[in-house]
Design a protein around this ligand. Structure first.
Ligand code: SAH
Ligand code: DHB
Ligand code: MG
Length: 229
């Protein structure tokens, strides 16, 4: 009963406030046709991320976990004309689907999809001294969130915003006895956030078309980026 209403309300928000959009619809259709799971963010969540990046004035965006590029389209559309986005995806077939979807959305000039394990791509971005990102969206394998936090802090500047998806997992986070790898990873991600002096964070739960889950949000301060050396 409740979950049915969650979906109805999500549909209502999307219908009322999120303009239907050929490129985004086409990205979801192409992703489904290619056999990708329907685990992209919901339309109203995609727009939420878009608005956060825009409010922040982000010029450089990093995403970890591209899938078919649905959230990447939302985020890249928040960038100014000279903005840039890097999105990391382990599965080369998904990365190809995403590149095609981004091209169809007119965004290939702004978004680079890097294929490979995200931790390795992040190490390479750090090694090559890529300029820091203004907005970072963590959304790949949940068990690696602590690694992604450790590495993305090294790609941050004072003021960088880090958002992580799926930090609640149908409430399983709330069960202290749960030892599933994704929950263990999310728990240690939160422990790291709490223990990082230059990270100021909160988290909110969400319900809707994607079930019961949540986002964390962090702003990185000067203290942290200085600590990176
Ligand atoms: N951000 C997307 C959804 C991402 S789903 C959207 O909302 O539209 C999570 C993605 O992370 C999947 O495509 C999966 O292949 C990818 N992934 C899982 N483990 C990974 C890893 N170690 N490195 C990079 N990508 C990974
Ligand atoms: C899964 C991954 C996601 O990023 C998500 O939003 C929902 C589910 C998954 O791997 O099951
Ligand atoms: Mg997700």
């Amino acid at each position: 009963m409740a979950t049915e209403l969650w979906n109805t309300v999500d549909d209502y928000f999307s219908r009322e406030l999120v303009k239907s959009d050929a490129a985004l619809e086409a990205a979801l259709d192409a992703s489904a046709k290619a056999g990708l799971r329907a685990i992209s963010v919901a339309p109203n969540q995609g727009k939420f991320l878009h608005l956060l990046a825009k409010i922040h004035g982000a010029r450089r965006i990093l995403e970890i976990g591209t899938l078919g590029g649905y959230s990447a389209i939302w985020l890249a559309r928040a960038l100014p004309a000279d903005g840039a986005m890097v999105s990391l995806e382990a599965n080369p077939d998904y990365a190809d689907v995403a590149r095609a979807n981004l091209a169809a959305a007119g965004l290939s000039g702004k978004v680079s999809v890097l294929t490979g394990l995200a931790a390795e791509s992040l190490e390479e971005l750090i090694r090559s001294k890529t300029p820091p990102f203004d907005f970072i969206f963590i959304d790949a394998d949940k068990s690696s969130y602590p690694d992604y936090l450790r590495l993305t802090l090294q790609l941050s500047r004072p003021g960088t915003v880090i958002v992580a998806d799926n930090v609640v997992r149908s409430g399983r986070l709330g069960d202290p006895a749960n030892q599933e790898p994704d929950i263990v990873g999310i728990r240690s991600f939160f422990k790291m956030l709490a223990a990082t002096p230059g990270a100021d964070s909160t988290a909110v739960q969400t319900v809707g078309a994607k079930g019961w889950d949540g986002f964390s949000i962090t702003i990185v301060s000067a203290a942290q980026t200085e600590a990176n050396g």
